[in-house]
Design a protein around this ligand. Structure first.
Ligand code: BGC
Length: 993
């Protein structure tokens, strides 16, 4: 009985707890319990949990304490009336170095009821002043083999004689490092310290190593690799780009339980030698000779008498910064899917996924046996191992066995992009259990999912995600396999919005964008960041990473500080263009243009989609200026708003004079030209609709195929959607033949390819010099899938999904679509499904946010929410109709809307929209009457006979009995302005008078 009572009580309390608001998911600088941060005013975010609809925060209170340095607390914000729960800046006493701070928050809800204080979160500061560094830079003291440049080992032993309360290691290197204490690895990050503009910004990492230290003798042991610092880098094969010698800077701060402290740091007492890693380069791979391993060198009491000394060097410490982004860590693991003997007799393992990382191998054999693993993304037409597209990157890891017992080989300072490995040096059949492929990438939180009932589209989404995983290796790279792997700005900006959906890339871009600024000279943005290609830059669509990426981060995460920090960089970039324009036209400099656009081989009739590079440049110049104006508006720099708005008007005027005919035709008649002109609002209002029609016609001309390259692709479906051509956008999305997004999917791709036809239908390859099978740029369709197909987006008046927009586009033959996203406020999602005769729209709005939801229905009376009439729902506000949508506004909560399909505005045609006289030009034009099935006349048209049927779920599109199609187009105000009839492959157009 007592037990039952207890149970009832527990359940009752649980019920009470869920009904009330609580605070959780505390983040400091966008991270849960970070250690080693150097922000002077860290920003706090928290999430509210509540099962109540409309749950809101009306006030908050933050308490910060630091038991180690103050008994009375560090900061009490007091009750602050505010609904801010994301990136609220710390405003207490100046923070001290190497200190653990605790913080808690409570909030007041809609009824002004306070929650309990949250659980405590922590953050630990890094070394905030250069003078906190007691360590000296050290380099190996022995003479180096300058050809192979084996990895140096650096070690030191020290005694711990008192009980340790805490121990923290701060480590960085010129090159890469892996550190151990008493034979145990420090941390689980790889390729540290990551890649930045080293001379100005070198990251160090902070590790809590309290548990690794032992009483008595301890050994600290570090292996260095050449890494980006001095390894071969860039397709021009630079060596020693940042310096010839690699070096280590390491400091361990120990606090004993008695309050005393000690520092162990790199200095002239360390010892150096070489070991098993005989060669290691990012592109070429690593050679490990296990016979040369210094057994026990990372353990205490090792005899290093014969080791060399170290050189203390005078490298600066003024460039040191704490780590801002997530470190590269091991992620997914893959067992062999298939073991193949190729026609050429090679032993090949297929891991089933084109991934980036390396393979861990278990081997047993004789001393001196050599195993070679080569890496490839694809097999050729004959089924043989294909590496030509890696260009000069050897991508080969070699292991020379010590012999005897089982050995495990794993590389350290390299990575490869591969789906297949070729194994040499193992006799007999390969045992799948001995091989494991490990994906490595920056440890960003996975935030988004996009799923549909179409397996090909789901695979496309999978490929987009894997393109991101494989190329977000501390910096956004173009590709992960060939001798390139650089921070190409164009690729990064094109993909940046999509990236924000799949993973939390806030800190990742915050860090990289500071390198963008660090690399700008007179505002000019180099092609790759960090810049290892030398002088030059400002290529339209590439250099615009300086404006596009910050703005996308602001939209997705509400990170105003990032925008503030990048502001000078954005402005300097625009100024660097303004300086070189001629009559406000950007007609100078080298531009990559619409890179990798459609270009048939034997282009007899001029089908190649070549877009004038300066037309493109003018569009991006305008777009970036617009983004600068947006940023200035957000930051309250009103003088700049005025100045750059005036500039923008001149840029657009110049564009219209130079690149647009009187009838509104662009001098380049390509998809990309129309896409950019429309997406960036280059044309006067009255010319936009006809331009959009030209774009739609162009798509039809190419048989519903894309002809866009890197610059047009990200926006084409957005533009088509915006101007009422969602049907055309869906045709492009669902196109399965080249050039299209689904062509590689049909060819078995597991990542996004660099080129639309990396592998041709006959299985031969595109030219090896430029044919990566893991290039995320064309994956930039991803943000359209989330924002327009599922319809999940953020409004600019409530960035970071404070004000959520849900506007689904029913169509594309989907019967089910769902997008879910973890935002800083909590989980949100938008999904739609067609079930029998109903459309179901499901939306999740997290606490402390609100949503504007577009429901595809003719009238609000056709919509039910959880079975109830909309008008009966107090917490759902019905707004004005917009186009074919009923618009509602809601607060937090889970919503389930049901719309009778017949009631969808897309099927219930508003006759008055179409009535009118349409002027047509030439052809066998006769007037016709457009009638619906029930014989209602909706318009008098040309060229066809018989009544028309509305196409299901498509707005403004009708078919006739003979299969011809009539498509009406609307202007931005939603008014029908023209009509197009497509019959037997011939098109007629009519403009409404
Ligand atoms: C890279 C691209 C990059 C381009 C510049 C290539 O080698 O792989 O993705 O943007 O160069 O046009």
């Amino acid at each position: 009985m007592k037990k039952i009572l207890q149970l009832v009580l527990v359940q009752f309390t649980a019920l009470l707890c869920t009904a009330q608001m609580s605070v959780h998911q505390l983040r400091t600088e966008n991270t849960i319990n970070p250690i080693g941060i150097d922000a002077a005013q860290p920003r706090f975010s928290w999430q509210l949990a509540s099962t109540k609809r409309n749950a809101l925060q009306t006030a908050y209170e933050i308490i910060v304490t630091a038991p180690a340095i103050s008994k009375s607390g560090i900061w009490k914000s007091g009750k602050i009336k505010s609904d801010s729960s994301v990136m609220v800046a710390y405003k207490g006493l100046p923070l001290q170095s190497s200190t653990t701070y605790h913080w808690q928050v409570r909030v007041w809800d809609n009824d002004n009821k306070p929650t309990a204080f949250s659980e405590k979160a922590i953050f630990e500061t890094a070394l905030l002043h250069t003078t906190d560094w007691k360590a000296s830079w050290i380099e190996p003291g022995y003479e180096e083999d300058t050809i192979l440049r084996p990895s140096p080992l650096l070690r030191k032993e020290f005694i711990v004689s008192k009980k340790i309360k805490s121990a923290t290691a701060y480590i960085t290197a010129h090159g890469m490092y892996e550190a151990q204490i008493n034979g145990k690895r420090i941390g689980d990050a790889y390729l540290t310290p990551g890649w930045t503009t080293y001379p100005k910004r070198l990251q160090y990492q902070t590790y809590n190593i309290t548990d690794l230290l032992a009483n008595g003798n301890n050994a600290i042991a570090v292996t260095l690799g050449s890494g980006w610092y001095r390894g071969t880098i860039g397709f021009v094969h630079n060596k020693n780009f940042y310096g010839k010698d690699i070096a280590l800077l390491l400091q361990v701060n120990i606090t004993y339980t008695d309050g005393s402290t000690a520092i162990i740091a790199t200095d002239d007492s360390w010892k150096s030698n070489t070991g098993a890693i005989q060669y290691s380069e990012i592109y070429n791979g690593e050679t490990i000779d296990a016979r040369l391993e210094k057994k026990g060198w990372a353990l205490p009491n090792y005899n290093d008498k014969n080791w060399g000394t170290v050189k203390v060097s005078k490298h600066t410490k003024h460039n040191l910064i704490a780590t801002q982004n997530e470190l590269v860590k091991k992620q997914e693991k893959f067992k062999p899917l298939k073991i193949i003997t190729t026609p050429a007799g090679e032993k090949v393992i297929d891991f089933g996924q084109n991934l980036v990382g390396w393979v861990v191998v278990k081997v047993k054999g004789n001393k001196g046996d050599t195993i070679t693993l080569s890496h490839a993304e694809v097999l050729d037409k004959a089924g043989n191992f294909y590496t030509e597209n890696l260009r000069e990157a050897k991508a080969q890891n070699k292991y020379i066995l010590a012999g005897g017992t089982q050995e495990i080989f794993e590389p350290h300072f390299t990575w490869q992009g591969f789906r297949y490995i070729k194994v040499e040096g193992i006799a007999g059949a390969l045992n799948p259990a001995d091989f494991e492929a490990v994906a490595l990438y920056s440890n960003m939180e996975k935030t988004g999912t996009f799923t549909t009932d179409n397996v090909l589209i789901n695979q496309l989404q999978h490929n987009i995600e894997w393109g991101q995983r494989g190329n977000f290796i501390d910096i956004p790279t173009d590709c992960p396999q060939r001798d390139e792997r650089l921070g190409w700005t164009g690729d990064a900006q094109a993909f940046s919005r999509t990236a924000t959906f799949n993973m939390n890339v806030n800190n990742f871009f915050a860090k990289w964008l500071q390198d963008v600024e660090a690399e700008q000279i007179d505002g000019v943005v180099p092609h790759v960041i960090p810049n290892v290609l030398g002088a030059g830059g400002n290529s339209a669509g590439w250099s615009d990473a300086a404006t596009i990426a910050p703005w996308n981060m602001y939209l997705a995460y509400g990170d105003k500080q990032l925008l503030q920090r990048q502001y000078n960089s954005m402005k300097a970039y625009i100024e660097s263009i303004s300086k070189v324009t001629q009559q406000n036209l950007w007609v100078t400099g080298w531009h990559f243009g619409d890179w990798l656009f459609y270009k048939p081989n034997d282009d007899l009739d001029g089908s190649a989609a070549v877009t004038d590079k300066f037309l493109i440049a003018q569009c991006f110049y305008a777009h970036s200026t617009q983004l600068l104006i947006n940023a200035a508006t957000v930051l309250g720099n009103m003088d700049d708003v005025k100045k750059y708005s005036e500039l923008l008007a001149t840029i657009k005027n110049a564009f219209n004079k130079e690149y647009v005919t009187a009838n509104g035709r662009l001098v380049s008649g390509t998809q990309t030209a129309y896409v950019l002109a429309l997406n960036f609002d280059m044309l006067p209002d009255e010319q936009r609709m006809q331009a959009a029609q030209r774009l739609a016609d162009n798509v039809a001309k190419y048989g519903n195929h894309l002809t866009t390259g890197f610059l047009g692709t990200p926006y084409i479906c957005h533009v088509l959607t915006r101007f009422g051509f969602i049907d055309v956008a869906y045709k492009l999305l669902l196109q399965e033949t080249y050039p299209s997004w689904l062509y590689p999917v049909k060819m078995g791709a597991t990542t996004i390819w660099e080129r639309w036809d990396g592998q041709k239908p006959d299985s031969t390859f595109q030219t090896a010099g430029m044919n990566s099978f893991n290039h995320y740029a064309y994956g930039a369709i991803g943000d359209w899938l989330y924002r327009e197909v599922a319809g999940l987006d953020t409004y600019e008046d409530g960035v970071g999904y404070k004000h959520i927009k849900v506007k689904p586009h029913i169509g594309g033959n989907f019967t089910k679509v769902n997008a879910a996203l973890k935002t800083y406020y909590g989980n949100t999602s938008a999904g739609w499904a067609i079930e029998n005769d109903k459309i179901i729209i499901s939306v999740v709005v997290p606490p402390n946010t609100y949503a504007t939801i577009f429901l595809p229905a003719a009238n609000s009376s056709d919509v039910k929410e959880n079975g109830m009439a909309l008008s009966a729902m107090k917490d759902i506000k019905i707004m004005d109709r917009q186009g074919e949508y009923v618009v509602v506004q809601t607060g937090a909560g889970n919503y389930n809307f049901t719309i009778a399909k017949g009631a969808s505005a897309q099927n219930s045609i508003k006759l008055t929209d179409y009535v009118g006289v349409y002027n047509t030009s030439g052809g066998m034009v006769k007037s016709i009457e457009i009638k619906l099935k029930d014989n209602k006349l909706i318009a008098t048209l040309f060229g066809n006979n018989g009544g028309l049927d509305a196409v299901k779920n498509e707005k403004d599109i009708f078919t006739s009995a003979d299969g011809s199609r009539v498509t009406f187009t609307r202007n931005t105000n939603g008014e029908v302005v023209s009509v197009k009839l497509q019959s037997l492959g011939i098109g007629y157009e009519g403009v409404k008078k």
